[in-house]
Design a protein around this ligand. Structure first.
Ligand SMILES: [Zn+2]
Length: 164
């Protein structure tokens, strides 16, 4: 039996470097939209392609019907700020019946409406609740000591990273 832990993975998880550090027991499923996002970060390209080659990252096509349903439901819920990438993550999670791995607060909020399990990387069970610094442009969390985003240089703001 396949005992590996599988997640549908948001791009912010790759910015944090976690998939580069975990063992082969963890498999990260990624939508083509998220793959596109990640490939825009030049310094990560080599590492990301290596993860695909080694089978730790699997690019999975979306069922267009599920994706359309998710987008429509986000509109119905008034969650217009949710990006195409966010919706693709939710859709693939529904499609493959896997939890989502993400640090995005807005995404976690909407995922609740779909009864999707969202995991946030942390010390235990991948779940943490704490105050962190946050870049509103890149949607990445940093530790409290950081003042500026190391990707875009934006000033970081305090943000509660509460998921459940
Ligand atoms: Zn930034």
């Amino acid at each position: 039996m396949d005992s590996r832990k599988k997640f549908v993975t948001d791009s912010n998880i790759f910015y944090s470097g976690i998939p580069f550090q975990t063992t082969s027991d963890y498999v990260y499923y990624v939508t083509p939209v998220i793959q596109e996002e990640i490939n825009h970060i030049k310094r990560r390209i080599d590492g990301f392609n290596l993860l695909i080659t080694s089978g730790k990252v699997i690019i999975h096509e979306l069922d267009i019907n599920i994706f359309s349903m998710v987008r429509q439901k986000c509109v119905d819920l008034g969650q217009m700020e949710l990006s195409k990438a966010d919706c693709s993550v939710i859709a693939l999670s529904l499609q493959l019946h896997m939890p989502i791995l993400s640090t995005d607060y807005a995404l976690a909020n909407v995922a609740k409406y779909f009864s999707i399990n969202i995991l946030t990387p942390g010390k235990k069970n991948f779940v943490i609740k704490k105050t962190t610094k946050y870049c509103s442009i890149c949607k990445i969390f940093f530790d409290l000591k950081s003042s500026f985003c190391n990707r875009c240089g934006n000033s970081l703001v305090l943000k509660k990273e509460s998921i459940r």
